[in-house]
Design a protein around this ligand. Structure first.
Ligand code: COA
Length: 445
């Protein structure tokens, strides 16, 4: 028959009225001698109270937040046969760690590594000394966790600084480590995180500079669109291996053709710009190169090929960049594309775009040709796999048939996702595009 034992807080040195921050056992639980029962945390240290004997927890006499001192009753334990009973048992505190350094900014940390374990205010009994001497691995400063949770994390190879805390006072409890491990195990393989959630980087924080020390400054809040698009741009930039392929297209003939058509179409209310031809040419090239008209499937091990061709066009608005989408560009003529382009960019600038106007794009075009510049490296608009940047066309001397002749040259910058498109295919795509734009008859056929 089991004997019941009162388990009390042991000698914890100078500490008094120390709050209970974690209860690691439940009523009915079977425990072994030395298993941690509760965790206490003072300003200076975290202390665990271990079981003085093996047995079954009969009742728990403290709750999180209670303040305890040496001799406070922790729980009643039905001890295994053969163990001493009847008399109150005080366990030796099993381990003590330094209080978390969360309040200390990284820059303010001493350059010498902080000890993983700091001695408590008073000498500890032998059991504590053993625990303190345990190989401490790398100290995880700035996190809030009991020695047993730290030990548990160490056994699983979990970096506690990556684990979210659900315990009181932002404390990491055992369940937090377990859920972290579960999430890590159920996450898709390396190719996939690149498309979303956590990034496998551990970068130092950016320096915090007080610019006003160097001269007058003014703070300008980011626009709503900038705040929304910034994190997506950042994710796309760091998670997609971009390659940017440049080319120059001779659009002299295209421009001559455009000028001829311009007046006639103006009467119908259509403004025929170079961009409309570019959208059409891209749509034709996407049909020819299906891997450009695709997205990586979740998990990153297959491609979703799209049988439709919807092209997004980046539009600069006073509030920031938006990308409305022109649908089925492969089935539309250049003048129809020009008409839609004008109405979508007007709606964008008047903030009248509907969310659906910006969805379903297969590929994006970003044209800075109306502004200037010779080339740039556009950021892919995930989950698309490529984007075309367009810079300002200029008249340049081109060597043709033994002589330099003036030609209107349009610079193109094609960024593609190198996981999906290899270099040769990227070069073939832009060469194909070049062929379509430099011979307008091919484009319109
Ligand atoms: N080379 C030379 N001139 C060009 C050109 C090019 N590649 N593209 C446009 N132009 C000229 C146009 O012919 C027009 O000239 P005009 O006034 O004499 O007729 C002028 O530049 C302005 O063109 P724009 O009104 O910009 O029309 P568009 O059809 O070329 O572009 C938008 C429409 C909506 C894409 C454009 O106005 C826009 O917002 N561009 C910015 C996109 C952006 O910010 N991207 C950045 C992403 S990082």
């Amino acid at each position: 028959m089991a004997n019941t034992m009162e388990v009390k807080v042991p000698d914890i040195g100078d500490f008094k009225d120390v709050p209970v921050v974690e209860i690691m056992v439940s009523v009915g639980a079977r425990i072994e001698k030395e298993d941690p029962l509760i965790s206490l945390e003072s300003d200076k240290a975290t202390i665990e109270v271990p079981a003085p004997a093996g047995g079954t927890v009969k009742s728990i006499e403290v709750k999180v937040g209670d303040k305890v001192s040496q001799g406070s009753l922790v729980l009643m334990l039905d001890v295994d046969e053969g163990a001493a009973a009847g008399t109150p048992a005080s366990a030796a505190p099993v381990a003590v760690t330094a209080a978390p350094a969360a309040a200390v900014p990284a820059a303010a940390q001493p350059s010498a590594p902080a000890p993983a374990v700091q001695p408590p205010a008073a000498p500890l009994p032998a059991a504590a000394a053993i625990a303190v001497a345990e190989p401490a691995a790398a100290p995880v400063v700035g996190v809030h966790a009991s020695p047993s949770v730290r030990r548990f994390a160490r056994e699983l190879g979990v970096d506690l600084s990556q684990v979210g805390a659900s315990g009181p006072k932002a404390r990491i409890v055992k369940e937090d480590v377990q859920s972290f491990v579960k999430r890590a195990l159920s996450a898709p393989p390396m190719a996939a995180p690149a498309r979303g959630a956590g990034l496998p980087f551990d970068l130092p924080p950016l320096p915090q500079v007080d610019f006003s020390k160097f001269g007058p400054v003014e703070t300008l809040p980011l626009s709503r669109i900038q705040k929304l698009s910034g994190p997506n741009l950042h994710r796309n930039w760091v998670s997609i291996p971009h390659v940017t392929q440049f080319d120059e297209v001779d659009i002299t003939d295209l421009e001559a053709f455009r000028k001829v058509q311009l007046e006639a179409l103006k009467k119908q209310g259509v403004r025929l710009t170079v961009l409309a031809f570019l959208v059409k040419a891209v749509a034709r090239a996407l049909r020819e190169f299906p891997t450009f008209n695709a997205s990586l499937a979740p998990g990153g091990d297959s491609l979703v090929l799209k049988k439709y061709v919807h092209v997004g066009v980046a539009v600069d608005t006073p509030d920031g960049l938006v990308v409305p989408v022109i649908r089925d560009c492969d089935r539309k003529g250049v003048s129809e594309i020009a008409r839609e382009l004008a109405s979508l960019s007007e709606a964008a600038r008047e903030k009248k775009l509907k969310p659906t106007d910006m969805q379903g794009g297969c590929f994006s075009i970003s044209s800075l040709g109306g502004i200037g510049g010779t080339a740039f490296t556009p950021i892919i608009n995930a989950p698309e796999v490529a984007i075309l940047g367009v810079s300002k066309a200029t008249i340049r001397p081109v060597y043709v048939d033994g002589a330099f002749v003036p030609r209107l040259m349009l610079p193109l910058s094609l960024s593609y996702d190198h996981r999906v498109v290899d270099g040769a295919t990227g070069a073939r795509f832009i060469t194909h595009l070049n062929g379509l734009l430099s011979d307008v008859r091919r484009l319109l056929l």
